[in-house]
Design a protein around this ligand. Structure first.
Ligand SMILES: NC(=O)c1ccc[n+]([C@@H]2O[C@H](COP(=O)([O-])OP(=O)(O)OC[C@H]3O[C@@H](n4cnc5c(N)ncnc54)[C@H](O)[C@@H]3O)[C@@H](O)[C@H]2O)c1
Length: 322
């Protein structure tokens, strides 16, 4: 296969490229990435010399570039997006451009050349669940995004579905819960906590830290995407989760324990406006219909993640200061 992966220098995209080459060594991957602050070429150290890997620096909102790189590919997997909620609250313009207009242009290219298209989306499109409820998001949950980031991702999902219903484009969508693992930008909770703990620095936690997230190790997300690409029904949405709900504070405490630091490092800071209380996903559909299951337990995945940041601390320190 010849795959067009967009946003492949980011966290999940780079893990996906590594995962794919491990499993499908004869395939070719074209990685189209704008190289925003969130990208890191080092995320693909060791991959960039492969003859079957092509990197193109470019923007998914640029029609000419997208059509050129999409031509002749068998599938497009779209990871490219602006992803940091706090940044979207300050200024949503690039979010609307990359996350909505960019998806429209990718869909147009897919339509022109009849390419299989997969949109990597988030559980945040469904809004928030009450803290102490047992309800979970399913594929039938109502879209109710609550911040500019999730609103742009929701808009993109609607466009993708519209291209299936209108043009019968072979599309699928996945909405995944919170990922953690190697190569994530230090602005996000898990790497930020690990790096601060390693340096014995204060660890900022929003509000009282009781927000609940459903954590999945990034490689499990990649294997779910692979399953959907091969077995997913066109026009369908699949929710992905490893069924590991934890309070943010609990995640921080586990990391502190593994690194051997005192929880006195925790510093509660003013909460994010409209901070969603709880996300939780019911992943029965992908499990039953496509026989996918996650493999990595949270504690095991966190240890692997801590090892990665410990071994590459210098590089992440430079990134954190940019
Ligand atoms: N991180 C999570 O927990 C999570 C959970 C569910 C879904 N997702 C989705 O997965 C995807 C990848 O997330 P991530 O955490 O790896 O993000 P990331 O911020 O680490 O990486 C995003 C990548 O996209 C690139 N990019 C941004 N705008 C672009 C544009 N206009 N054209 C080309 N490239 C562009 C960036 O340069 C970067 O390399 C996103 O669509 C996100 O919504 C993330």
């Amino acid at each position: 296969m010849r795959l067009l992966v967009t946003g492949g220098l980011g966290f999940i995209g780079s893990n996906f490229i590594r995962y794919w080459f491990k499993k499908h060594g004869n395939d070719t991957i074209i990685n189209l990435d704008k190289v925003t602050y969130a990208a890191d070429p080092h995320n693909l150290d060791g991959v960039e010399d492969r003859y079957d890997y092509v990197f193109v620096k470019g923007d998914i909102t640029n029609k000419e570039t997208v059509f050129k790189v999409a031509k002749g590919t068998d599938a497009i997997i779209n990871f490219a997006a602006e992803t940091h909620v706090d940044k979207s609250i300050k200024n949503a313009e690039t979010f609307v451009k990359s996350n909505v207009l960019g998806v429209y242009i990718l869909l147009e290219a897919a339509r022109r050349y009849n390419i299989r298209f997969h949109q990597v989306s988030t559980d945040e499109v469904y809004g928030a669940l009450p803290l102490n409820s047992r309800t979970k998001f399913t594929e039938n949950s109502k879209y109710a995004p609550r911040n500019p980031y999730s609103a742009t991702k929701a808009a993109a999902d609607h466009l993708v579905n519209a291209y299936f219903n209108t043009y019968r484009l072979p599309v699928t969508i996945s909405n995944c819960s919170n990922n953690y693992g190697p190569y994530q930008h230090p602005e996000k909770l898990v790497p930020k906590t690990i790096i601060n703990a390693l340096l014995n620095n204060p660890i900022p936690v929003y509000g009282n830290g009781v927000q609940v997230r459903d954590w999945i190790y990034v490689t499990d997300h990649c294997s779910a995407l692979e399953t959907i690409l091969f077995k997913g029904e066109h026009g369908q949405t699949y929710l992905i989760s490893a069924n590991q709900e934890r309070h943010n504070l609990e995640i921080v405490n586990v990391i502190l324990r593994f690194i051997g630091r005192d929880n006195k490092l925790i510093k509660f800071v003013e909460d994010r406006p409209g901070h969603d209380a709880r996300y939780a996903i019911d992943a029965k559909k992908i499990s039953k219909e496509l026989s996918w299951k996650p493999k990595t337990k949270l504690e095991e995945g966190l240890k692997l993640t801590i090892n990665h940041y410990t071994e590459n601390l210098d590089r992440y320190l430079k990134k954190a200061s940019t």
